[in-house]
Ligand binder design. Structure first.
Ligand code: ACM
Length: 642
């Protein structure tokens, strides 16, 4: 038996719950908590004994709190560490004395991979910020920090063999990604007057790796390839197909220099990061340049590659082989499936779960991080009250309800776990990033740790509200759940009206991208929420021309539909809406022509009803929305008739 001294941060004790309440506040909720009688009290540090039991699974622990002391049992250091994190969350303070409710906790994680992703390319983050997030991740038993070190917006790791990556490709003239991206997308020399950006030295990254390791968090570096690499090709244009800077974002796969570069970089990366997995990106490559590049074409011919997907796969497989030769393995975004998945590769499924399911059906390891549940760059509350974001709407509840294993049963591959991602195009400051992570990362943490039958949204919200107080008292700046406005009110309640349940006739088939509920969408009483991707809004890249059959001739006094506008992704109000009625379905009378008066230049999310008050008798209502001259999408959720 070993004696263990637990150093407790005073800041962790500032949450005003009693000892009895505190054992019900733990995140992630433990597998079993058996409350006992009385409390264990102490003044400076608690007395803890530690016992190793090889019977317990990796990371599992038993925590026994008795009136006369505390005992921790685990099979490994991680388990002991997690027992302490549970204990930290259970400590209450009464009359200057600390106390913990007597109890026994038996606990074990559901998944071995419980990750959080940091995009330090779009906006560079300080080392202190990363360490601070490591601290919070550790408290909630997360164990992987995925750090997106390279992308068009800036290269962030010192590489000795290629100094221009950090003397040039790590800097840009504009601070805000948005100004840079919609401007000239140029880079800048380090130290020049307007250079914004930064990079980590190897010494700093080793410090981060060690800091995280002490908290049982592994840092997984990501080096993007073959796409998202504009910054590399600006510094080393010879690695692009045309040999010119600012000409493309993809490495030339026909050029052996590309492999020399990538392998040299990865060699240096693996010296700094001891993680078993090395993330090689693989997402969103624009492969069109390869079709016109003589070197890429020659490579395809020599290697017998049928298309550019196979050319990408050639690069990934070759890099995977290199990484494996160093005793590591690759993980990549789900596009690495295109053209054939490299043996031994782990897939990070982000475009929904399909890529992950496909990889698992082929026996591969998978980490689920589907955008709809795990992309923390979406707005976490009503967009009108939140900072500018990339769009979308992902409140805490929507993150929490996700179960990564709901469709993976019986597949031969392993589901390693879950990860929350924060892409940072619109997240300029460290404090804004922190606000985007917390408390939603708590939902990721609990899904990663707790068995699904023990998850309970209402109870989680209660505990997360407590965790927000705790995080604030520790100097974090989380989103405050007490201020949550929530989903659009009508989207929560639905809407009853005369046309509800009535048949809708379309002048042409529904387009495939945003079908919502198909032909029942406009009359199902379901109102769209803050985002067009919530499967309540039907999307069109054309006019909308539909006719509702009310079933019988009746009085119609109101017809209206609400459209959404969001300039950046190209969602606009219609130019105008014409509303017609008919008693027989043959001869239609125009009752209103409603013109748009919303400027296309407003950047904010807007909703506007195109409606008419009338006094007619009709069985059929035709609603014709003319697409904006801006083209782009029209989104409509319901056509209300009264
Ligand atoms: C990604 O979001 N492009 C992986």
């Amino acid at each position: 038996m070993k004696r263990l001294l637990l150093i407790l941060s005073a800041m962790l004790l500032a949450v005003p719950y009693t000892a009895a309440q505190s054992i019900d506040m733990v995140i992630p909720v433990p597998q079993e908590v058996l409350p006992g009688e009385g409390t264990y009290r102490y003044e400076d540090s608690p007395e803890i004994t530690y016992r190793v039991s090889k019977k317990l699974a990796p990371e599992a622990y038993r925590l026994e709190v008795r009136k006369n002391g505390i005992r921790i049992t685990s099979s490994d250091d991680a388990g002991a560490f997690y027992a302490k994190q549970t204990l930290l969350q259970m400590i209450a303070e009464k009359d200057g004395t600390k106390e913990v409710q007597c109890c026994v906790v038996n606990d074990c994680p559901r998944f071995g991979y419980r990750g959080l992703h940091f995009d330090v390319s779009r906006h560079f983050r300080s080392l202190d910020f990363l360490k601070k997030q490591v601290d919070a991740m550790a408290l909630y038993k997360m164990n992987r920090m995925h750090i997106h070190l390279t992308d068009a917006a800036g290269w962030r790791m010192e590489i000795e063999a290629y100094p221009k990556l950090t003397s040039f490709a790590a800097w840009r003239p504009q601070e805000k990604w948005k100004d840079w991206w919609y401007g000239d997308r140029l880079y800048a020399e380090e130290g020049s007057e307007d250079a914004y950006g930064g990079y980590y030295t190897k010494v700093q990254l080793r410090e981060l790796v060690e800091y995280a390791r002490q908290r049982h968090i592994e840092v997984i570096p990501e080096i993007e390839m073959p796409g998202h690499s504009e910054e590399v090709l600006a510094a080393y244009p010879e690695l692009s197909c045309k040999g010119r800077p600012y000409s493309q974002g993809e490495f030339c796969v026909g050029n052996e220099e590309t492999f020399r570069f990538l392998e040299t970089v990865l060699e240096e990366v693996m010296e700094v990061f001891p993680s078993e997995m090395i993330h090689i990106g693989g997402d969103e490559a624009n492969k069109t340049h390869w079709k016109e590049c003589p070197k890429c074409q020659q490579r395809m011919e020599e290697e017998g590659l049928a298309d550019v997907d196979e050319l990408q796969s050639y690069l990934i497989k070759r890099i995977s082989g290199f990484v494996e030769s160093r005793g590591r393995r690759i993980v990549g975004w789900d596009e690495i499936l295109d053209g054939g998945l490299a043996q031994g590769a782990t897939v990070m499924s982000w475009r929904g779960e399909e890529g992950g399911l496909q990889a698992m059906s082929m026996g591969h390891d998978v980490i689920m991080t589907p955008g709809r549940y795990c992309y923390l760059d979406h707005t976490q509350d009503a967009p009108f009250k939140e900072p500018e974001s990339i769009g979308g709407y992902l409140p805490l509840d929507s993150v929490y309800v996700y179960d990564p294993a709901s469709r993976t049963m019986d597949l031969p591959g392993r589901l390693l776990g879950i990860q929350g991602n924060l892409w940072s195009e619109y997240v300029v400051t460290d404090s804004h990033a922190e606000y985007m992570y917390w408390p939603r990362a708590l939902a990721i943490a609990e899904t990663g740790w707790t068995q699904p039958h023990q998850k309970d949204l209402e109870d989680f919200r209660r505990r997360a509200t407590g965790a927000v107080r705790r995080l604030k008292s520790m100097g974090y700046e989380p989103f405050d759940l007490a201020d949550e406005y929530g989903e659009r009110k009508l989207a929560q309640t639905g809407l009853d009206h005369k046309a509800k349940g009535c048949k809708v006739l379309y002048d042409k088939p529904i387009q495939k991208w945003y079908p919502a509920a198909g032909e029942t969408t406009f009359t199902d009483g379901v109102i769209g929420g803050w985002t067009y991707s919530d499967q309540r809004w039907q999307g069109f890249l054309s006019d909308i021309d539909v006719t509702i059959d009310l079933g019988s001739v009746q009085t119609v006094s109101y017809v209206g539909g609400t459209f959404m506008q969001l300039k950046e992704p190209g969602v606009f109000m219609p130019q105008k809406v014409d509303i017609y009625v008919s008693a027989d379905g043959e001869s239609f009378e125009l009752v209103a022509e409603v013109w748009n008066d919303v400027s296309v230049n407003i950047p904010d999310l807007l909703f506007r009803s195109f409606d008419a008050i009338c006094d007619v008798r009709a069985r059929y209502v035709r609603y014709h929305a003319k697409r904006s001259t801006m083209r782009g999408f029209l989104f409509l959720d319901e056509i209300v008739v009264n």
